[in-house]
Design a protein around this ligand. Structure first.
Ligand code: S5P
Length: 271
């Protein structure tokens, strides 16, 4: 069972380069914390990333919300990724036919495949979405996460939908490296094997509040990593709050979540 093994051991045998990079980075930095940088100005975006960089394994972006986006922003993001040693995950949530997603992934203003190690997709169109994205991402060594579950109240991604998402991933393990989900997917669906190693990246994590006014629901790092066996905690507003200029507070929150996530992992591998 992957969740009892160390990140480092899993990195040694994973076949996908983006998954290996993430697992190695987690082990090297002793951090299973990802920060989701959901701000609309390029300046705030880069400032937050520079401040949290030392404490995270991964930075999750929504580049389509940045009002003053230019290709230069990507160059600066990549420089920060090299400076602080973190993986980049553009949370694009593709959801269209194979041909359209292949264009959305490779082209347009953002050219996501050229810089984002990992991206994600809703399984709702069926396996053709993986075919479309992998035609672009696989030659570049990228990895894909399927949204098998969501953190929001009333999510429709449950039951048979989640099972079907996991089966789709099993058919495409060269490119699909795991899931956005709230729990481990070992044993979900009919064709589970002991060799598979899907990474579980989990949003909806907060230590101080239970949710927001728009359906988001939060659980603690201990619930997510220890009790539910997830691999990476994704934290957004819990770290940078409402004011991206409060550097001291961002640093202390990032450290707090890093420690909480890592403690929960150490407990988990103890068994
Ligand atoms: O189920 C999900 C999937 C995702 S990727 N629930 C989520 O909240 N997310 C993303 O995680 C969401 O788009 C946002 O960028 C982040 C959570 O942000 P927070 O501020 O609520 O921690």
């Amino acid at each position: 069972m992957a969740h009892r093994r160390t990140y480092g051991d899993r990195a040694k045998v994973h076949k996908n380069p983006a998954a290996r990079l993430l697992l190695e980075t987690i082990e090297r930095k002793q951090s299973n914390l990802a920060v989701s940088v959901d701000v609309v100005s390029a300046k705030d975006f880069l400032n937050i990333i520079d401040v949290v960089g030392p404490f995270v394994c991964l930075v999750k972006t929504h580049v389509d919300i940045i009002e003053d986006f230019t290709p230069q922003l990507i160059t600066e993001l990549q420089a920060l990724s090299a400076k602080h040693d973190f993986v980049i995950f553009e949370d694009r949530k593709f959801a269209d036919i194979g041909n359209t997603v292949s264009l959305q992934y490779s082209s347009g203003v953002h050219k996501i495949a050229s810089w984002s190690h990992i991206t994600n997709a809703h399984p709702v169109p069926g396996p053709s979405i993986i075919a479309g994205l992998s035609s672009v991402g696989l030659p570049l060594g990228r990895g894909l996460l399927l949204l098998a579950e969501m953190s929001t109240k009333g999510s429709l991604a449950t039951g048979l939908y989640t099972e079907a998402a996991v089966e789709m991933a099993r058919e495409n393990q060269d490119f699909v490296i795991g899931f956005i989900a709230q729990r481990r997917m070992d044993g979900v669906g009919k064709n589970s094997t002991s060799e598979e190693d899907f990474l579980i990246l989990t949003p909806g994590v907060g230590l101080d509040v239970k949710g927001d006014s728009m359906g988001q629901q939060y659980r603690t790092p201990e619930q997510v990593v220890l009790e539910s066996g997830c691999d990476v905690i994704i934290v957004g507003r819990g770290i940078y709050g409402k004011d991206p200029s409060l550097v001291d507070s961002i640093v202390s929150q990032a450290k707090r979540y890093q420690v909480a996530g890592w403690q929960a992992y150490l407990e988990r591998i103890k068994g």
